[in-house]
Write a protein that binds this ligand. Structure first.
Ligand code: ADP
Length: 495
């Protein structure tokens, strides 16, 4: 049954109009409204009928009681020839369009207004119960009459005794006729009400959903670029929330767009600088006549240097673009981190020798972790390379490796120039260099730490910097050992 219902719901949802909120509210109002109208009509009719039967029954009962008292005062049960009483019985019977019978203690029928059963006997359960003092009534829905049995009670001294019984059958045809008239009228009334419900079902959802339409129009306007103002539809809490969320998304898009523009202008500027130098060098060679070969060589080696620089900026940019892609592009394998650090040391040892910097590796624990080897190697290479580049003569770069059951930690400490407190929060930004000319001199592009940070974030790790001017810098990298199991384990902190 549930499956059947789910399938029906699925099929209905395929119909475009059924998925409209306005249509659903209309249908709901229609169903609830129609059920209320029909329920009200049925309820009123039922209630009317039972109440009318009740009223008629109690009315007849009290009339029979009065009649019973008259029968006692005229001693009718001893002598049933009293014209006054007989006329009264006939009159009451006619009044209720019914039949009245009077039975004495011998169960003999003294009077029958239909004149059919006079003189006969009436021994029934109701009559016997009435002789015991009970007043009874019964409604016969099939034949449309109410049967009432009332005891005739005589009082002698302080004693009451039942000396006879009155049986009355009263027709309910007038009630049925009234009910039919009421039914017809209530049908017309119900029809008008249903028409009203249809009108309400049509107009109310339109009015109710107007703020949502306004919201959708405002969003469309922003989407089409007519306006970049924030939108506000405060009619409902819901529209207010949607508008707020939309404004926040737009704000984020704006910030992203600004940072994208800034990045593009930075890239253009960085790429233009070596080209301008190449152009200046080439022009000055062109404008001189009979340039000696040594000068040529000198200029050409400068040009080569600028081309190398251009090349390294482009390579770094490509690495950064790769890092910006989603983590699904990570090629995760189980990597021996000790071996990885040693291979980075090997690759950087010529640079370290040239700068007269000693590299030290201290492994507190043997670590094997789930990493993208290429990306993680790039991240560590940048950190260790910076430790060498921004060091002093005879300085040291010390790398330590440690782990607990969940994370492994690599620290890269150098005895170099250090980074001022105010610069520490910016060094991970793309193209940020503390000392532009110094960084340029030693071949920096300003992209190394941005690449490192992206690579570590992709591994759900964190990177923290600690530095003091003139004393040195320590970068601490903390990465989950099991990539898949630590989706949210690492909290990224960048200072
Ligand atoms: P770059 O290619 O210029 O080295 P990075 O992004 O690697 O760019 O570094 C950004 C800046 O942070 C550098 O220009 C440098 O001023 C500073 N920096 C990075 N690492 C160190 C370090 N170990 N010691 C001192 N300064 C550093």
């Amino acid at each position: 049954m549930r499956k059947w219902f789910e399938k029906l719901w699925e099929e209905l949802n395929k119909i475009a109009v059924f998925r409209s909120l306005r249509f659903r509210i209309s249908i709901l109002i229609l169903i609830v409204g129609a059920l209320c109208c029909i329920g009200m009509r049925v309820g009123i009719l039922r209630n009317y009928f039972s109440r009318a039967v009740e009223v008629r029954t109690s009315d007849v009962q009290s009339q029979m009681q009065i009649l019973a008292n008259h029968l006692i005062s005229y001693d009718y049960l001893m002598d049933s020839s009293s014209d006054v009483v007989n006329a009264e019985i006939e009159q009451v019977a006619n009044l209720y369009n019914g039949r009245i019978m009077v039975v004495n203690t011998n169960y003999s029928i003294l009077k029958d207004t239909y004149n059919i059963a006079t003189g006969k006997y009436m021994i029934s359960e109701e009559v016997m119960l009435a002789f015991r003092g009970a007043t009874l009534s019964h409604y016969d829905a099939e034949n449309n009459y109410i049967e009432i049995v009332v005891p005739i009670t005589a009082t002698t001294g302080e004693k009451n005794s039942t000396v006879g019984v009155i049986l009355a059958s009263v027709s309910t045809t007038p009630i049925v006729q009234n009910e039919e008239i009421l039914s017809r009228n209530s049908f017309i009334f119900m029809f008008i009400l249903i028409l009203l419900v249809v009108a309400v079902a049509f107009f109310i959802p339109r009015i109710m959903l107007r703020p949502f339409n306004r919201l959708s129009d405002a969003i469309s306007e922003v989407k089409s670029g007519f306006t970049d103002e924030t939108i506000a539809v405060n009619d409902y809490v819901e529209t207010e929330h949607i508008a707020d969320s939309f404004n926040q998304v737009m704000e984020r898009i704006k910030i992203m767009e600004e940072s994208r523009q800034e990045f593009v202008s930075n890239v253009s500027h960085e790429l233009k600088t070596p080209l301008t130098s190449v152009k200046v060098l080439a022009d000055s060679l062109n404008n001189q006549e009979d340039v000696p070969v040594e000068v040529y060589r000198d200029f050409m080696s400068d040009i080569c240097e600028e081309i190398d620089r251009e090349n390294s900026i482009i390579n770094d940019l490509l690495s950064l673009v790769k890092m910006d892609k989603k983590s699904t592009n990570l090629n995760i394998t189980s990597v021996d981190v000790n071996a990885l650090i040693e291979s980075v040391f090997k690759r950087l040892s010529p640079l370290a020798q040239r700068n007269q910097v000693e590299m030290v590796f201290e492994s507190i624990r043997q670590v094997s972790a789930e990493l993208d080897e290429v990306k993680f190697t790039l991240a560590l290479t940048n950190l260790i390379e910076n430790g060498i580049k921004y060091n002093q003569r005879d300085g040291v770069v010390k790398v330590t490796l440690d782990a607990d059951y969940q994370f492994f930690t690599v620290t890269v400490t150098d005895t170099g120039i250090g980074i001022a407190q105010e610069d520490q929060k910016s060094i991970f930004e793309r193209f940020y260099r503390v000392d532009k000319s110094h960084s340029r001199e030693i071949g920096g592009t300003g992209l190394g730490l941005a690449i490192t940070r992206s690579a570590i974030l992709l591994h759900r790790g964190s990177i923290v910097v600690n530095s003091e001017i003139g004393k040195g810098t320590t970068f601490t990298v903390k990465v989950p050992i099991n990539y898949a199991q630590n989706k949210n384990a690492a909290e990224t902190q960048n200072t």
